[in-house]
Design a protein around this ligand. Structure first.
Ligand code: UDX
Length: 443
């Protein structure tokens, strides 16, 4: 039998660290490369530099098994592997909506320059359509003569908070631009998820690149759709939470991603829809561009809406008012505050003169690093103590389950705004709260 391919993972951030650990768990020899030596040192000890349920355990297990190691020497990583997964970030550019591709280009160049034999380069980062074919040009220019190097695209769909599960049990495996040999190699790498039922979809390069951004654009559109309808609900005296449940029973629609509220944030959805908006515009696909522009505007408008509701609850101005904020992460089960709607609202209220105290079960440290001037409490109780209004901004289960009666006694006025549609309005009202929710009937 032929030897199983040895794998390298270039870039060990969120995506790369999870992919490396998961591939080792599937039985492959894996080396993770990162330019940041402190990241490499932490990962080598089995320490994950961010909060992701289950990843610590998996990493320790795989490092101890001897299948997984990390290095900051790219030549070492490349020379010890046959398949190289590019997992570096594609952040939004500082001055436009376009994606910054410098890390992806640097990664492909670094792999290409260090190739010592035939190799397969597999792009996993989220990139604007057309990038992979340009990277092929870069690879052809940079790879040593006599080496057969192929580049394909294999987008990653993992969610934060469910990264391990999503990587080990993906809904589908999409591979773009693969030759017969490349496809065979990747079918070997993904044999287990495919055996469990994940479809293996082989397509051209641009389709593979677009599947990823379209998936994110669709999810974002679904959220902005329900948030737009929430506005109609409020004006008409309807309840969007009940409406979403009723809509969700239609199998063509489905209940997921129909939670109205503060909207989407994080390191992916916002930047990916903006990058697609930009790229679609460049390609002359103006309908897609305009649609996504609306999706983004509706989403950002939700933050303004919650700021306005908080201001109203404080009697027209938040100046010197005490506001308790429950949740800072962009969603539950993560300590990620990148483009977090919750932290964004908290910071805006602080800038308008409110005394804001934030509690988050996991994200206080990352939030403090981003916004050191906000107040941070060690518990939900401490955060709401003596406040004029309480905002639920991230629906952590432990925040949703808080005892409304016990909390009411701690605040000055027992006013709450549920910006995630997750609190039991009846129970909170019964406990004495003046309760307001987005897209829900006022008390
Ligand atoms: C997303 C995609 O789901 C994933 O497939 C892709 O690879 C990366 O981007 P992630 O950023 O981890 O994953 O978060 P996700 O769970 O999709 O949530 C995105 C945002 O939408 C969060 O801010 C969440 O609070 C918000 N959201 C989600 C809603 O506002 N309403 C909903 O009904 C669902």
């Amino acid at each position: 039998a032929t030897q199983p391919p040895r794998l390298s993972v270039i870039g060990t951030g969120y995506l790369g660290a999870t992919h490396a650990a998961a591939m080792a768990a599937l039985g492959f020899q894996v080396v993770g490369f990162d330019t940041d030596p402190t990241k490499v040192a932490a990962l080598s000890l089995g320490k994950v530099p961010f909060y992701e349920p289950g990843l610590d355990e998996l990493l320790v297990e795989q490092v101890e098994s001897g299948r997984l190691r990390f290095t900051s020497d790219v030549a070492d990583a490349v020379a010890s592997s046959d398949v190289h997964f590019v997992c570096v970030g594609t952040p939004q550019q500082a001055t436009s909506h376009a994606a910054n591709l410098s890390h992806v280009e640097a990664a492909v160049r670094a792999v290409a320059e260090n190739l010592v034999g035939d190799a397969l380069i597999v792009g996993k980062s989220t990139v604007p359509v057309g990038t992979a074919s340009r990277l092929r040009g870069l690879l052809a220019e940079t790879a040593p003569a006599g080496v057969r190097a192929e580049l394909v695209w294999n987008p990653e769909f993992l969610r934060e908070g469910k990264a391990v599960q999503d990587t080990l049990h993906p809904d589908r495996v999409v591979v773009g631009g693969a030759s017969a040999r490349a496809e065979e190699l990747l079918r070997t790498v993904y044999a287990q998820p495919v055996a469990e039922g994940a479809p293996f979809i082989s397509c051209d390069l641009p389709t593979a690149e677009l599947v990823k951004v379209s998936a994110n654009a669709f999810l974002a559109t679904k959220i902005s759709f329900i948030n737009a309808i929430a506005g109609v609900c409020e004006a008409a005296g309807a309840d969007v939470t009940v409406l979403a449940d009723a809509l969700g029973h239609d199998v063509r629609i489905g209940r997921q991603f129909l939670d109205a509220g503060l909207g989407f944030g994080g390191g992916c959805l916002p930047k990916d829809i903006r990058a697609l908006m930009h790229r679609a515009g460049e390609l002359g696909a103006h309908h897609a561009s305009r649609l996504l522009q609306q999706v983004d505007e509706i989403n950002m408008g939700q933050r303004e809406r919650v700021i306005a509701m908080a201001t109203e609850a404080c009697g027209g101005s938040v100046l010197n008012r005490r506001i308790g904020v429950l949740g800072a992460a962009f969603k539950p089960d993560t300590d990620d505050v990148r483009d977090s709607p919750a932290l964004n609202v908290a910071a805006a209220l602080h800038l308008r003169g409110a005394q804001v105290t934030v509690f988050d079960p996991q994200a206080s440290d990352t939030a403090r690093r981003t916004f050191p001037t906000l107040g941070y409490a060690a518990s939900a109780e401490d955060a709401v103590q003596g406040t004029d209004v309480v905002l639920l901004l991230t629906e952590w289960p432990e925040l949703v389950a808080l005892d409304a009666g016990r909390l009411a006694a701690l605040t000055a006025t027992a006013r709450v705004i549920d910006a995630r549609g997750k609190l039991d309005a009846q129970a909170w009202r019964a406990a004495g709260w003046e309760f307001t929710g987005l897209g829900r009937i006022a008390a």
